[in-house]
Design a binder for this molecule. Structure first.
Ligand SMILES: Cc1ncc(COP(=O)(O)O)c(C=O)c1O
Length: 355
């Protein structure tokens, strides 16, 4: 697929400099066509019958394989959950933590991780977002390290393989800003979440959870898809695979949209996204203070001259879509494989006209 063919799949780019995949990625026409065609079919024919149910189950497995390909893992270790938040909550609930236990996290996490983390009742140890700081905070009460691979605020990427190697502890990774954005090597990491509506450009909400060894966490929020068999009492035999952590029903229109979205990304996606982020930095550097370290991710966060809320609103008026990071005095541009020079020049022009 050439660059022009790949970009032409995403109609929003025809009129907007859309630099906000860190929130929701641009949708492909084929993704929405698949979704709408099935919804129309369901409107006419209903949503019932063994063939309908079988189709839904098959699509779930296709989606699972798609996520497995993104993470370079076996599909048996992937659960279908609707979001990173749900993935984090599933793991944390299943860990059976109490007030005696400590979980180490950083001061740059999203509520999608910190919310479920605080709800466990464990002692949450918050450190600077840095590999050494995470390692230094370990005590004999530490049960888990929970952190992002790419920080949604500064766009810094953490070396979590080093943290895993040197700590030997279970690691829960929030992959919302990494999966689909940068090449991910899950390797020895234990739990890895994916938000598909962001860098994978799927309908929202959609996502996945990688669990290396399903036996290490309990199934605390079972869905129909978690079990191999169950009794009327509610007792159930969980599936062998990580599918035991599957969240609830996903309708066929949404599954078709998801599966189509997972298939719209060109092979060269990661190389180009990182190049475009580097180009974005280069263009912005003369005008604003950039806080993202070079070549860490596809996010470029910067401190604008004016009030970030106003800067983002004014850029929107010019057709440039970026976001403000609340309470941090930062604006964040998300660069994907689809981003081109014109998008970035429009961002710079909008910022310069502002100063
Ligand atoms: C780092 C991070 N974690 C979690 C989330 C929440 O993602 P989801 O809506 O898939 O739960 C976000 C969303 O922006 C995020 O940036």
């Amino acid at each position: 697929m050439t660059y022009e063919e790949a970009r032409a799949q995403l109609p929003v780019l025809e009129h907007l400099a859309y630099l906000n995949a860190g929130t929701n990625g641009p949708l492909a026409r084929a993704t929405i066509d698949a979704f709408v065609a099935q919804a129309q079919r369901d409107l006419r024919e209903g949503r019932t019958g063994p063939a309908y149910f079988e189709h839904m189950l098959e699509l779930r497995e296709t989606a699972r394989q798609g996520f497995a390909a993104v993470l370079g893992v076996e599909p048996e270790r992937v659960a279908l959950v609707e979001s990173t938040t749900r993935g984090c909550a599933t793991v944390l609930a299943g860990f059976g933590l109490s007030g005696e236990d400590e979980v180490i996290t950083t001061d740059q996490e999203h509520f999608g991780l910190t919310g479920p983390l605080h709800a466990t009742g464990a002692r949450v140890v918050i450190v600077e977002a840095d590999e050494d700081a995470l390692l230094r905070a370990i005590t004999r009460r530490t049960r888990l390290i929970a952190t992002s691979h790419v920080l949604w605020t500064t766009g810094r990427r953490l070396d979590l393989h080093r943290v895993k190697r040197e700590s030997g502890l279970p690691l829960l990774v929030d992959g919302a800003q990494s999966a689909g954005a940068i090449a991910v090597d899950v390797g020895e990491l234990d739990f890895y979440t994916v938000s598909a509506q962001k860098w994978l450009c799927a309908p929202d909400p959609s996502g996945a959870l990688y669990v290396r060894d399903p036996a290490t966490v309990r199934v605390k929020t079972p869905s129909y898809f978690s079990q191999d068999s169950y009794e009327l009492s509610g007792a159930f035999v969980p599936k062998e695979s990580s599918a035991r952590f599957d969240a609830g029903w996903i309708g066929i229109p949404a599954l078709l949209g998801l599966v189509t979205a997972l298939g719209t990304h060109p092979e060269w996606r990661y190389e180009r996204a990182v190049e475009m982020a580097a180009r974005c930095r280069e263009l912005l550097e003369p005008y604003v203070e950039i806080v993202t370290p070079p070549r860490h991710s596809t996010l470029v966060s910067f401190r604008p001259a004016g009030d970030p809320v106003e800067v983002v609103a004014r850029l929107r008026d010019e057709g440039v879509i970026v976001r403000e990071l609340p309470g941090r005095n930062l604006v964040r541009a998300s660069c994907g494989w689809w981003t081109n020079e014109d998008d970035l020049q429009r961002l710079v022009a909008g910022l310069v006209s502002d100063t």
